[in-house]
Design a protein. Structure first.
Length: 49
């Protein structure tokens, strides 16, 4: 099961620098929020389950 994939249908809050299409803007990381690493995003946590 290590080759699982999933898609995210979300808004900009679901974006993280380096994990999005280049033409799109990203929301994270930002200094004023506590999500600093991609592993802290809800979708990264979900993917590890």
């Amino acid at each position: 099961m290590s080759n699982r994939t999933f898609s995210i249908l979300g808004d900009s809050i679901s974006t993280f620098k380096g994990y999005h299409p280049q033409q799109n803007e990203v929301f994270y990381p930002r200094e004023e929020y506590d999500v600093k690493e991609v592993e802290q995003t809800w979708w990264s946590i979900l993917a590890k389950r």
